[in-house]
Design a protein around this ligand. Structure first.
Ligand SMILES: [Zn+2]
Length: 475
């Protein structure tokens, strides 16, 4: 397990030749070499983490921003078949002495574990499990919805998820999410929203029911393909185009086509002995839905297999730093379709972070895990580390075989954001327990803002009282 504090970049036990060899398996090296040949910067295996550590000036601890990324908790399912608190256990582990610090978390959907429609008791249970948070606020977790979180085709779109998970804090009495307590305020709606941390722009997008389809959530466990509205796609495209100086991180419950493990056409299914299709990573329903796209974002703007995101990224290489998704649960070392869980295409790094569940799917596919991304002020590299929440596959804790350094097209600058949070009393309400992270330092160091903010400043109309100044490139 990684120690807390300034030595975060050191990969435990990683300064050995064998560890580096682990990372450099033959096929991957060929793939990476090919990318380099094309002039595309690559996701670097873990050996280079040490180089990053060594490059830092001695005696200085640069500010870091840590993003914990988890998904597919399928809370009701694990509660029923464990019983196991898939969400609370992960939270408690992260906050334990042997865990890790994080500044914000991204929840990439499928909180529900119902194979039918999600219902209120499961929502209550999810809120109860969020109560495991001891060192963080609920509002430090930014959520988006997955296929299991959808409501019925004839219901109000995503009513259950909006009621209990509620990223915009519209139903605080149920979700206990208070928009005024977001450390980085959300701009948008439950279906699509953005927020900024320094020069990083997060674009969060929800999976929805496809309006042209007559089957879906409740009948097919989704469609089961990923679905995104035309409005959301146009919003995403505009945000990317209008923010050229930002480091852009896109998140959706599904991966894009042909990026990570089993994300190709039909790769979510398996052949049966007669040459037909049967259940694979996802359920197969004869003649219904769009099983060929079960493991990727298949529908965009009601177009099948639209390629909308893929085409955009191909024509704008490197514009999006990261695509974070989940949905396909499988073993850490699965490379079905010739792809692993962390890959790079079109200058974008893709990570399938699924998932926290141990019981939604075949046992060999459900290895509870999550990811920690660490940004360092002034650095154009992000470390990505995988954390195992059980000892079913390997020892519980960091799974260093996955350690990667993701190269960004520009340096992360958190100085472009001036953080300070004024509560009702004008005093800080956040992150007092954290030390060397972006919010921890700012709150406890000389930039701590404790005075009452004037109320006539427009930037303070954002309910958090978080003051954003000098955004790089004013995008
Ligand atoms: Zn899913």
């Amino acid at each position: 397990m990684a120690p807390r504090g300034a030595s975060r970049f050191a990969i435990p036990g990683s300064n050995t030749t064998s560890k580096q060899l682990d990372c450099w398996n033959h096929s991957r090296r060929n793939f990476l070499t090919a990318l380099v040949g094309l002039g595309v910067s690559t996701v670097m295996p873990c050996g280079s983490l040490l180089a990053v550590e060594n490059a830092k000036p001695k005696g200085e601890s640069p500010m870091r921003f840590r993003v914990w990324v988890f998904s597919d908790a399928h809370v009701g399912r694990d509660k029923k078949y464990g019983p196991r608190d898939s969400l609370a256990e992960a939270i408690s582990q992260s906050e334990s002495v042997s865990g890790f610090d994080w500044d914000i978390a991204l929840d990439l959907g499928d909180m529900s574990g119902d194979v039918g429609l999600p219902k209120d008791p499961e929502g209550e249970e999810i809120v109860r499990q969020f109560g495991a948070l001891k060192r963080h606020r609920r509002e430090q977790i930014y959520d988006l919805s997955g296929n299991h979180d959808r409501s019925g085709l004839d219901d109000s779109q995503a009513w259950w998820w909006r009621k209990w998970i509620d990223p915009t804090g519209e139903h605080t009495e149920f979700s206990r999410v208070d928009a005024a307590k977001r450390p980085f305020p959300i701009d948008g709606t439950w279906e699509r929203y953005s927020f900024r941390v320094g020069n990083v722009l997060f674009l969060m997008m929800c999976d929805i029911n496809e309006p042209t389809q007559k089957v879906g959530r409740g009948t097919l466990g989704g469609n089961p393909s990923g679905v995104l509205s035309g409005e959301t796609f146009r919003w995403w495209k505009r945000m990317v185009e209008e923010n050229p100086s930002s480091i852009i991180i896109s998140a959706h419950h599904y991966m894009l086509k042909n990026t990570t493990t089993a994300s190709g056409e039909w790769e979510g299914m398996r052949r049966d002995e007669k040459g037909g299709w049967k259940d694979g990573y996802h359920g197969y329903y004869e003649g219904k839905g769009t099983p060929q796209g079960a493991s990727y974002l298949y529908w965009v703007d009601s177009k099948r297999d639209s390629g909308a995101f893929e085409n955009f990224l191909e024509s704008s290489p490197g514009r999006v730093a990261l695509w974070l998704g989940a949905h396909t649960h499988t073993a850490p070392d699965d490379t079905y379709g010739g792809k692993s869980h962390i890959e790079r295409r079109w200058g974008t790094s893709f990570i399938n972070v699924a998932g926290l569940t141990k019981y939604m799917g075949a046992a060999e596919n459900c290895i509870p895990r999550s990811w920690l991304l660490t940004f360092t002020d002034g650095s154009d590299e992000v470390t990505a580390q995988c954390y195992l929440h059980t000892s079913d596959y390997a020892r519980q804790g960091w799974y260093s075989k996955f350690d990667r350094v993701v190269k960004l097209s520009k340096q992360f600058k958190m100085r472009s954001v001036k953080t300070g949070i004024a509560g009702e009393s004008g005093t800080s309400r956040y992150f007092l327990a954290l030390r060397d992270s972006i919010l921890g330092n700012r709150q406890t160091g000389r930039n701590r803002i404790t005075s009452r903010w004037p109320t006539n400043r427009p930037e303070l109309s954002r309910a958090t009282g978080l003051v954003l100044t000098d955004i790089a490139g004013s995008d």
